[in-house]
Structure formats: structure tokens, C-alpha cells
Ligand binder design. Structure first.
Ligand code: HEC
Ligand code: HEC
Length: 306
């Protein structure tokens, strides 16, 4: 059944799960000492209590710099092939040094970062436990951070209990909303599977003319112009404002946007069109989206010790 949660986190062969790596990655993720001036940790922009986003329409980097994009949720990143709103990162390991070395973001340099970590006896010991000898390297930092990030998995939500057969788990409005989600509104065409995305890219008719999105990597593609990655909808009610640069403040605004169908242009997906939803149907759709909120905020999931 496509909506059932998987029982295991996928780890790639070249970065298998280990408790020591994940614990080191967790420490690095929460440490503002990684940034050039101590101003930012990874967690500054990816906060567990708001589904690993930060509540800002666009992320705020070093010295108050407003970055062009919103901090995306890190929920269920283990299941994504390409990372970043426009898919610029080929895997999870390749993400970390972009924010770290960006002068507008964490404002760090690689030699300084390595020197800082090497000078700290706790880090030196943790890197040794996780990787054996040969010290602290950029690659090891990337491996540890990605190992930790793969343990960020959405918690069981009322929707999951309903899918498992508990009819009382969600209200009738939400059940009607699910019928709309998979039928008349056809959200499921892009937000499919238990994670409500398979990481594809579409123009939904939202981005401005100058926002090229995935089209930057595919300049000859009409359909990838203004296309952005389909985000997971897990914990979606917990983490507005929405979309790649946060123009929609709440779920009502998102549903109103889809109901109108976005800007008509050659790149817009054929799956996007005016939906003609009534007020009740819009409320039902929202009630369904709210059933995707996990029972607890998502501290990294426990992974069995290996
Ligand atoms: C100033 C805020 C900020 C900080 C600090 C930050 N990020 Fe991000 N993060 C972002 C933004 C904005 C994006 C979107 C970038 C893009 O799409 O090109 C992002 C994207 C990501 C993604 C891709 C998620 C996806 O769904 O595609 C991962 C993984 C990630 N960050 C991990 C990290 C790690 C690890 C660190 C620390 C080394 C970090 N971030 C520090 C703002 C931040
Ligand atoms: C053609 C594919 C497609 C369809 C159909 C679609 N979406 Fe989306 N959805 C996307 C893409 C792509 C984004 C990200 C767009 C961006 O950031 O510019 C998105 C973003 C969202 C977001 C914001 C999530 C976040 O973290 O910012 C929500 C909520 C959402 N969609 C709900 C829905 C609902 C409800 C429907 C049905 C009415 C729907 N979507 C139909 C592709 C689609």
C-alpha cells in the first residue's frame, strides 16, 4: 500500500549507519562553533520543533543577510535522491559545505574549520571512534552530518493510524479531504507515497520570472523552467510559511493558490489547473493535511545500534 510508512531508513553503501557517526553528526549539527563567528549552527535554520525549518520566509544568514530561499524541512531527507529546492546537490553528503563555506551563510573557511575541530580533544576522540585513525577531514564531516540527517524521520501521525485501519483516528472532514487529495484536487499526482513526495520537480505557476529553479541545470527544458522540488507534506501544518521562498503564510493560502491554479505559462505543469473547490471542500482538504502532523515533534528517530 503506497501510503504505509517504511520500516527501515535507507542508508547508502558508501555511508552505512553507525551509532558513532550519527552521534558525531548530531554534535556537529547543533554546534554554532562550526560557523566563522559562532553565529550559526545547522540547527539555527533547521529546528526540530518546527519540522526542521526555521519559520522564516527566507533564511537569515551571517550578519542578518536574507538568503534567496526558505530553509526546507529536513524530515525524511534519507528518501530523497537530489537535495536543494532546485536539486543542485546530487546527494546528502554534498550539501553541508555549501552553507558552511558560504560567506552569506555560516561564513567559515575549510582550513579554519578543520583547525578548530582538530584543536578540540572531544572532537578528535569522536572522529577517531567513528572513523578510526587519520584525523579530521572534510569528507568525514560530510559523512557524519549526512549519517545523522538520515535519522530525521517523521513521527507516526493520525493519518498513519487511519491507514492502518483505525477509523476513529481522523475526523470525517479529513476523510473527505483525503478523497479530494487523491481525486478532484489530484494533489497526489505530485505528492505521492507515504512521504507525499518522490522528489520530482515541477513549475506550479508560483515562481517569479527571474526564478529559474531546476531549469538552471536544464536550460533547454521548457517544463523545468521555474520548477522546484516537491516537498514532503509530513508535519506540514507545523512549518509555514510555505514554498521555496515563503510567499504563502498558511495552509489556507496554499489551498487558495492551488484552487486558482497559479500562473499560466508554458512551463506550468499540466497537472495544475483551476480546481473549483467549494469552501467546504477547501476546509476538508486542510483537515486532511492536518492529519499528517506527527504525534511528537521529530527528535531524530531511534535507529537500532549497529
Ligand atoms: C542560514 C540558514 C541555514 C543554515 C545555517 C543551514 N542551512 Fe541547510 N538550508 C538552508 C536553505 C535556505 C536551504 C535551501 C538551499 C537550496 O535549495 O539551494 C537549505 C537546504 C539544506 C538541505 C537540503 C534539504 C532538501 O530537502 O533538499 C540540507 C540537507 C541542509 N540544508 C542541511 C544543512 C546542514 C547540514 C547545515 C549545517 C552544516 C545547514 N543546512 C545549515 C538554510 C540553512
Ligand atoms: C504538479 C505537481 C503538484 C501538484 C498537482 C500539487 N503540488 Fe503541492 N507542491 C508542488 C511543488 C513543486 C511544490 C514546491 C513549489 C515551490 O516551492 O515553489 C509544492 C508545495 C506544496 C506545499 C508547500 C510545502 C512546503 O513545505 O513549503 C504544500 C502545502 C502543497 N504543495 C500542497 C498541495 C496540495 C494540497 C495540492 C492539491 C491541491 C498540491 N500541493 C498539488 C507540486 C505539486
Amino acid at each position: 500500500m503506497q501510503f504505509r510508512r517504511p520500516s527501515e531508513i535507507p542508508f547508502p553503501e558508501d555511508n552505512p549507519y553507525s551509532k558513532a557517526k550519527t552521534e558525531l553528526g548530531r554534535k556537529l549539527f547543533f554546534d554554532p562553533g562550526l560557523s566563522g563567528t559562532g553565529s550559526h549552527a545547522c540547527v539555527t535554520c533547521h529546528l526540530p520543533e518546527v519540522a526542521w525549518t526555521d519559520g522564516n520566509a527566507r533564511a537569515i544568514g551571517w550578519a542578518g543577510t536574507v538568503l534567496p530561499l526558505r530553509s526546507p524541512s529536513l524530515l525524511n531527507v534519507a528518501w530523497l535522491d537530489r537535495l536543494g529546492w532546485d536539486g543542485k546537490f546530487p546527494d546528502l553528503e554534498s550539501v553541508a559545505f555549501t552553507p558552511l563555506l558560504s560567506p552569506a551563510n555560516m561564513h567559515q573557511t575549510e582550513p579554519e574549520l578543520l583547525a578548530k575541530l582538530q584543536a578540540d580533544p572531544d572532537y578528535a576522540a569522536q572522529f577517531r571512534t567513528a572513523f578510526g585513525g587519520d584525523g579530521i577531514t572534510r569528507r568525514r564531516i560530510e559523512l557524519a552530518l549526512a549519517n545523522f540527517e538520515r535519522t530525521i524521520v517523521s513521527a507516526v501521525a493520525p493519518f498513519d493510524r487511519w491507514i492502518d485501519g483505525d477509523e476513529q483516528a481522523i475526523p470525517e472532514t479529513a476523510k473527505r479531504g483525503f478523497v479530494l487529495f487523491t481525486g478532484k484536487a489530484n494533489c497526489v499526482a505530485c505528492h505521492m507515497s507515504w512521504n507525499f513526495t518522490e522528489g520530482a520537480f515541477y513549475d506550479i505557476g508560483l515562481a517569479g520570472d527571474g526564478e529559474i529553479g531546476r531549469g538552471r541545470a536544464f536550460p533547454n527544458s521548457i517544463k523545468l523552467r521555474h520548477a522546484y522540488k516537491v516537498p514532503t507534506l509530513r508535519d506540514v501544518a507545523r512549518r509555514g510559511p510555505y514554498m521555496h521562498d515563503g510567499p504563502l503564510a498558511d495552509l489556507d493560502a496554499v489551498i487558495a493558490f492551488y484552487n486558482k491554479g497559479g500562473r499560466e505559462r508554458p512551463s506550468r505543469s499540466e497537472l495544475i489547473r483551476p480546481l473549483g473547490l467549494t469552501d467546504t471542500e477547501r476546509a476538508d482538504l486542510r483537515a486532511f493535511l492536518e492529519t499528517l502532523t506527527g504525534d511528537r515533534d521529530t527528535r531524530p528517530a531511534a535507529v537500532s545500534d549497529k
